[in-house]
Design a protein around this ligand. Structure first.
Ligand code: PEP
Ligand code: MG
Length: 905
């Protein structure tokens, strides 16, 4: 059977459904679904994503059968809508839109009012009003020129010929608003626009509706590979191979007069999660007017008064859609001469706050189960809950001093403070220089995506809660205040006036995206409510614990813990970090980097003395000074962790990291050691290495200088005994040897460690079980895991080093060129952020499997940075690790990700 490339919908029927997103794209699949559940949808059809793939694989051509299939599908639309495409008396007009598997708001192209020409415009004028018909026609000619004939300016300095003509005509007629253009003005515009097409593209505007249609279909497929779509895909990890579908649909008009309107709405509040219908509408307008943010729309509640019948219908559809999809929906609608049409529904993008609150509320409303709620919440949403907000006091003081400049729409919650940039490129450059940036625009467009990504906050003069700026900011978790009409922005001068004050590029401003305030200057930020609830004191803590965001957080964590099978540990080197991690739910310490303990105050001099010593005796002398300090450190950590396991890694980094650099430092250590500064410098030079990350570090130090590891093991054992006997804590220390490449290294170091432990236990007449294991950080270690496991109680994947050594990439320098690798699609993402499942992951899998085969009791975890990254956590679950270990604030994210992994496997 021939492949089916075209799927029709409308009139209460559909060939597709919501499950067919891969083939029909999100929009197409949901239009089909809405149509079959009886929601009024203008008839249309979807050309599948397979055609997009074909188009790119076959030099921008289509499968042979497509033309006939499209012709048949158009006939179906004509029957459903009672109008004919190209008919001069009562023409059917079409919209042509993109629709990828995952929504890519505004990134690809759209053509509206297709089918208009010098004849059909007369027919349209005869059915409605003449001005509307000619306005639709001039919009279409411009859109066709911009999109299909590629006349849209690329650079911010380029001029759009159509906009130029429009401004000229308005100036001549001494009018400011498009709405004041007369039929004659519009006719003139159409003529001039066509002339501009001839001038710039050397072709005549196509009058044939079928030619127009195929032009538009090609343009939409072509827009899958425009620069901003490519950038958006990289950012959101959408594969290039997916392609877009094309949706061709009967036009309905929201700009046919005062009984027509258009709007965008969310079935719940996408900013704070409230269970309220939340949206905006514009009287006598096209859908694009709302999304583009060129007119500031009205809140949806006002529709109730203006168009009560349509409003009631819309509320019914809201309930129907939520019940059907069991999730918050983002819908577009149009009311044409009193009749309501739904143009789109999709899962609504939301803030991290709304993500958690809606999931928890829907469980309470019995719309979804706890399991669904857990699987639905994006683990990274928790980042927002734990993100800083303005320090209340600092903000109040600033407001008292007149910092409040104006208010806009609270489009993306949170607090941001930074320097003003008026252009997306400048914002990206400033952020690269390490500056916090607030991107300030009259309105944003998809071209601004890079700057929006780089900015801490986004401020716009125009646009509503569903404008481009608001939508994209929320999705990216950026603070955003939109629709601030009081801003007077002058791009040319790089300045802005607001609230009686003038600002230029580089000046500091602050945004409160939760309430929509714009403030002058830099304002200190403070921790989130959830953090106050978890870590605060007194009344503030009590109040924060009652906050529903915190309550949603707690419930989600509770459910996550119920479903996950993998433990979540933390990487901590200080008692306060350990305590914080416990509050976040950590079940152990997976990595305590002892070298971090070496930097503090007086210790560094003793550490330097140890490193620079010429012989064992000299080192022993310095180590004696370090022993009580380390013991104290471990006592603190053991007390904080109680009966939870604490994995302490022996010294790892190359020694020269601790060497003195300045003259003062050299003199200081020379004095303590009783040698000349010259000798210290000479010794320092002798310790330097060309490639220290692959040099004398990790267990190699333990092999060369056994006294260092012996001191550390002694400090651990003595601390453990003390906390157990004096504090009655059932301590669970684990000693971890880094950078092992062969089992003999571990065997040797283990034997030495066991000797020290036995000595301490005998002397103190105590018994504490101390596990001894290793990190797996080298490919050789993973490949010989079966041997190593015979002398190890546990493995912990050090995926930072394992990634470095597997790829042969320097973890300190690769950041310079890795983004290019991701941009060019060579790597799906930075392997230092998410585990490279096929390469590094394979080594992990071999290591875990062969290690366990040799030693069934082997405990296996991960302590590289990947341990807090959701996709890596999922992978760790799949290969059967016992735990993941990550930095304290990522513990909640890992708990949720681990639960998802358990539920989805
Ligand atoms: C690792 O290599 O993954 C690790 C946790 O150790 P470090 O980052 O300290 O080298
Ligand atoms: Mg390491």
């Amino acid at each position: 059977m021939a492949t089916k490339y075209v799927y029709s919908f409308g009139d209460g029927k559909a060939e597709g459904n919501t499950k067919m997103k891969n083939l029909l794209g999100g929009k197409g699949a949901n239009l089909a679904e809405m149509s079959s559940i009886g929601v009024p949808v203008p008839a249309g059809f979807t050309i599948t994503t397979e055609v997009c793939t074909y188009y790119y694989q076959n030099k921008d051509t289509y499968p042979q059968s497509l033309e006939a299939d499209v012709a048949k599908a158009i006939k179906r639309i004509e029957r459903a809508m009672g109008r004919t495409f190209g008919n001069t008396a009562d023409p059917l007009l079409l919209s042509v839109r993109s629709g990828a598997r995952e929504s890519m708001p505004g990134m690809m192209d759209t053509v509206l009012n297709l089918g208009l020409n010098d004849q059909t415009v007369q027919g349209l004028a005869a059915t409605g009003n003449e001005r509307f018909a000619w306005d639709s026609y001039r919009r279409f000619v411009q859109m066709y020129g911009d999109v299909v004939l590629d006349m849209k300016p690329r650079e911010k300095t380029d001029i759009n010929p159509f906009e130029e003509i429009l401004e000229e005509v308005k100036k001549k007629r001494k009018i400011e608003l498009d709405i004041d253009l007369t039929v004659d003005d519009l006719k003139l515009l159409v003529k001039k626009f066509k002339a501009a097409i001839k001038k710039h593209r050397g072709i005549i505007f196509p009058e044939d509706p079928h030619e127009q249609l195929w032009g538009a279909i090609g343009a939409v497929f072509g827009s899958w590979n425009n620069q901003r779509a490519i950038h958006y895909r990289r950012m959101n990890k959408i594969p290039d191979e997916w392609g877009t579908a094309v949706n061709v649909q009967s036009m309905v008009f929201g700009n046919m007069g005062d009984d027509s309107a258009t709007g965008v709405a969310f079935t719940r509040n996408p900013a704070n999660g409230d269970n309220e219908f939340y949206g905006e509408w514009l009287l006598n307008a096209q859908g694009e007017d709302v999304v583009a943010g060129t007119r500031t729309p009205q809140p949806i509640v006002t529709l109730k008064k203006e168009m009560p019948v349509a409003y009631r219908q819309l509320m019914d559809i809201r309930a129907k859609l939520e019940k059907h999809y069991k999730d918050m929906q983002d819908v577009e609608f149009t009311i044409q001469q009193g009749k309501l049409w739904m143009l789109q529904t999709r899962t609504g993008k939301r803030t991290g706050f709304a993500d958690c609150i809606i999931a928890v509320d829907m469980v309470r409303e019995r719309l979804i189960t706890q399991k669904t709620a857990i699987c639905r919440v994006n683990p990274n949403s928790l980042n927002q809950l734990l993100a800083p907000i303005f320090d209340d006091k600092a903000k109040n003081v600033a407001i008292k001093n007149g910092a409040l400049l104006t208010k806009g729409l609270p489009a993306g919650p949170g607090a941001a403070t930074g320097r003003i940039a008026f252009h997306a490129d400048d914002a990206a450059d400033m952020a690269k220089d390490g500056e916090p940036v607030i991107l300030v625009r009259i309105e944003t467009s998809p071209e601004d995506i890079k700057g929006m990504e780089a900015a801490k906050g986004i401020l716009t003069a125009r646009g509503g809660m569903t404008s481009h700026a608001a939508l994209v900011a929320r999705q990216m978790g950026r603070v955003c205040v939109a629709g601030c009409g009081a801003l007077e922005i002058d791009y040319k001068k790089g300045s802005m006036k607001v609230g009686g004050q003038a600002f230029k590029e580089g000046d500091f401003i602050s945004l409160d995206g939760t309430v929509g305030e714009v403030l002058a200057g830099q304002i200190a930020v403070s921790p989130s409510k959830v953090k106050v609830a978890l870590f605060g004191k007194g009344a503030a803590k009590t109040a924060a614990r009652r906050d529903r965001v915190f309550q949603a957080y707690e419930l989600l964590m509770k459910w996550a813990d119920k479903f996950r099978t993998m433990e979540v540990w933390t990487n901590a080197d200080q008692p306060d970090q350990a305590a914080e991690a416990i509050v976040y739910g950590a079940q152990g310490i997976g990595l305590c980097r002892t070298e971090h303990m070496f930097f503090g105050g007086d210790r560094i001099v003793a550490v330097r003395e140890m490193i620079l010593a010429d012989d064992t005796a000299g080192r022993e002398k310095a180590l004696k000074k370090l022993l009580p300090i380390q013991r104290r450190d471990f006592i603190g950590i053991f007390k904080a962790m109680g009966a939870r396991p604490v994995t302490i890694r022996l010294l790892d980094p190359p020694l020269h990291e601790f060497l003195p650099h300045t003259k003062k430092e050299v003199e200081e250590v020379a004095k303590v050691m009783g040698v000349s500064p010259k000798k210290v410098v000479a010794k320092t030079e002798s310790l330097s290495e060309t490639n220290p990350m692959l040099g004398h570090r990790g267990c190699r130090l333990g092999v060369s200088y056994p006294e260092i590891y012996r001191m550390q093991v002694r400090a651990i054992a003595e601390a453990a005994v003390q906390v157990k006997t004096k504090n009655g804590v059932k301590v669970k220390p684990e000693i971890m040897i880094p950078l092992v490449g062969t089992w003999k290294e571990l065997q040797l170091l283990r034997r030495e460690a066991e000797e020290v432990i036995a000595e301490v236990m005998a002397k103190k007449k105590a018994k504490v079980k101390i596990l001894i294991g290793t990190m797996i950080e080298l490919p050789r270690a993973a490949l010989t895991a079966g041997e190593i496991a015979q002398v190890a109680d546990f493995f912990s994947f050090g995926t930072n080093d394992l990634t470095q050594t597997t790829f042969g990439l320097s973890r300190d320098d690769a950041g310079k060129f890795l983004p290019e690798y991701v941009d060019k699609g060579i790597l799906p993402e930075d392997p230092f952020i998410a585990v490279d499942k096929t390469g590094v992951g394979r080594l992990m899998s071999i290591g875990a499997t062969e290690g366990r085969a040799a030693n069934p009791k082997l405990q296996v975890g991960i302590c590289g940075e990947h341990g807090g990254e959701p996709s890596s956590v999922k992978f760790c679950h799949e290969i059967g690790l016992n735990y993941v270990s990550c930095s304290p604030p990522r513990v909640p994210i890992a708990r949720l990700a681990a639960a998802q992994a358990a539920l989805e496997s």
